[in-house]
Design a protein. Structure first.
Length: 364
């Protein structure tokens, strides 16, 4: 804010009775043109400097504070940029079904393409409530996982300056991340009323690497490190440990099953089996459900099986299980999803939804 003794001597107004000049020396290109004005350089070849334009500065009052200016600046910028959501609960399963898909849901958030940092990874989300696949390109930025909407869904042109965010998940709301290398990524939330969400992608290694970088960056800057507890779940050691524990469980169970006498002891056998593998009984029940599904595939049976695997994973995720139970449940779910009959259910539903998109149902 300029101040001159000569102006004071001449009786000219000075701050705080005159609005300050707020110069933008870096990053002005990322601001809307309405809030910046180029300043004529004093010398030729000088780097351009912009002045900040805000209603508070144009209609100045001596009572205006720096806090008021900063708040108005943030509000003006957020009109063009999406604000982080408080919780992923705002996008419940029911809203995903009846909201954005039929074009009558909440208006998607916009993000300027020039503000996008990093890669956008192709992903498909598995919706267990409907046994469907949904295209959800994934962008990792500023401590958030942004799930973008395909251009076909929002009806944008290829030369549109914006990408549209269908859902924004803050890492602060995530309690655990379970990757299946080259196959999928599953998020578990601190809010237990929210189901875990599984995203299929062959770029899991790249996504995990970007997640680690994004989580570690604020720690280096001394900022909020609330997402640091996710780092152990993204390490290669955790994946190998989970695989090792799962192999041990299956090996022990195999030895138990080879003993004929154990099957003749009834309840005692079941109790000993549970000590060897606490998931054995639940997985045996799911295996029976899968056999019925393979004989007569149906969306309802697939939904039941998917949710049972997810419920097991969620239960042990909230217990902070380190023995591979979460990873094992997600791995079994991954194998089931990859089965040809399950794939046919998923792809048929996806193809049907694409063919009926935009068709009016009910009275005009």
């Amino acid at each position: 804010m300029p101040f001159s003794d000569e102006r004071v001597a001449e009786g000219q107004a000075q701050y705080p009775f005159l609005a300050p000049e707020v110069e933008i020396r870096h990053g002005a290109i990322y601001l809307p043109t309405e809030v910046r004005e180029r300043k004529v350089p004093k010398t030729e070849g000088e780097e351009p400097i912009f002045l900040l334009k805000l209603p508070l500065l144009e209609h100045w009052s001596p009572s205006t504070t720096l806090k008021m200016i900063v708040q108005e600046f943030f509000q003006r910028v957020q009109q063009d940029d999406p604000a982080p959501s408080k919780s992923p609960s705002t996008k419940s399963a029911s809203k995903r079904e009846g909201g954005l898909k039929n074009g009558h849901g909440k208006k998607p958030m916009r993000m300027r393409k020039r503000d996008v940092r990093g890669a956008v990874y192709p992903c498909q989300e598995v919706d267990p409530t409907t046994s469907t696949l949904k295209q959800t390109p994934m962008l990792l930025q500023s401590g958030n996982i942004a799930l973008l909407m395909p251009s076909k869904e929002v009806g944008t042109q290829k030369d549109d300056d914006y990408v549209y965010v269908g859902d924004l998940i803050s890492l602060k709301d995530v309690v655990r991340i379970t990757p299946q290398r080259g196959k999928s990524l599953t998020l578990f939330f601190k809010d237990r009323s929210l189901s875990c969400r599984t995203f299929l992608s062959q770029y899991t290694d790249e996504i995990v690497k970007d997640l680690r970088t994004m989580i570690q960056t604020p720690r280096q800057r001394g900022a909020d490190a609330g997402s640091a507890q996710l780092l152990p779940f993204l390490s290669a050691e955790q994946a190998e440990k989970a695989k090792e524990m799962s192999t041990k469980f299956m090996g022990r169970l195999g030895k138990v099953a080879t003993s004929v006498s154990r099957f003749l002891r009834g309840d005692e056998d079941e109790a000993m089996e549970q000590q060897v593998d606490p998931l054995a009984k639940a997985f045996a029940e799911i295996d029976a459900q899968k056999e019925a599904f393979y004989r007569t595939p149906s969306k309802s049976r697939m939904t039941d099986i998917t949710r049972r695997y997810q419920n097991i994973a969620e239960e042990y995720a909230y217990l902070n299980n380190q023995e591979g139970h979460v990873e094992r449940a997600i791995s079994e779910l991954q194998v089931f999803i990859e089965h040809p009959k399950a794939q046919r259910i998923l792809m048929e539903t996806y193809a049907y939804e694409q063919s009926t998109k935009g068709i009016r149902v009910g009275p005009a």
